[in-house]
Ligand binder design. Sequence first.
Ligand code: HEM
Length: 359
Amino acid sequence: MKAAINSIYTWMDERLGLTELLAFAKHKTVPQHDQSFWYYWGGISLFFFLVQAVTGVLLLIYYRPGPEAFESVRQITFELHFGWLIRSAHSWASNLMIVAIFVHMFSVFFMKAYRNPREFGWWSGIVLLLATMLFGFSGYLLPMNELAFFATKVGLEIPASMPVIGPRLADLVRGGLEVNEYTVQRFFALHIVVLPALFIPLLGFHLWLVQRHGNAVPPSEEAKPAAQRQTIPFFPNFMMKDLALWLIALNVLAVMASLFPWELGPMADPLKPAPPGIHPEWYYMSSFQVLKLFGNWFHGAAGEALGITIFTLGLVLWFLVPLYDIRTKAGQRARWATYFGLFALAVLTITTIWGYAAL
Ligand code: HEM
């Protein structure tokens, strides 16, 4: 038996260079210090993305966009064996993926992992986050149930309030003046073709950059002499811990998806009034609330445009952080950027809670 396995390995090795690959993986190391826990969150985001790809393909086998969208999701949920579980896992994993990405983003921010030479890791990460939020927004409408229909209507108020291009952009996304089956068709194309085509190569680029530069260490660790810094081998030590966390992530997902199955509710009826308290998904709540607040404070569309402009400027500043928080001896800029990170975290948290409280 052992001889057979050896000869299969040799056969594969000659063709694929497995020994070289293994030597390479063993050679790679990951820094070990008191903040190393945060290194796992990129991997957890990746795990949820993989779940999305697998469950998404399974849903695609039965989902039908267009006028039958709701009926096809009703069949998946109530008639197919375990259809409800696949749908529930897909919806829950999308939310958990966004949570993991936010944790990952803020941890790389506070570890200052965006600094030279990792700027492109930061920039590609932000585009991945925006793409993930668009995955969520486009996917949410696909069942064409009542909640999704009205949430998409109010959600589209966010881009529509952008000065100059806003209303045209909203029309383009909707495929007309109203949310209807043409919108579903567009969102479907976005969700299963355009976004994956953008996301997958970008994710490859993001991961390749980590491979190229290795993991960054926080400034406190950077200040230590090289001899005092510790590392662990990526293979098998770090990878095993990564896999253990993936298993925990799978358990959390299984508990959420099975104990709190994703609801479908009634089919969307555009003639009916919107149910009270309608709001976009939680990760859009912050921008939705900022828009509402500015609309109230400065009366109407001009206030909303101001709100969304300020929010966009904040995002631009966030995007450009690697260019202004560079290593300085005095550490002045470093402190300033950390305050900015804390401020961004506080604004996102407070406006999200405020948004829910104001419903
Ligand atoms: C789908 C979304 C994402 C996935 C799957 C992903 C995946 C990963 C993985 C596996 C790593 C290496 C391990 C680690 O340091 O955690 C990593 C590193 C990194 N990611 Fe992401 N990431 C995503 C989004 C983001 C976002 C939103 C940002 C920030 C805006 C970001 C910025 C970075 C940076 C700067 C590094 C290098 C960290 C270091 O050197 O220690 N990523 N990412």
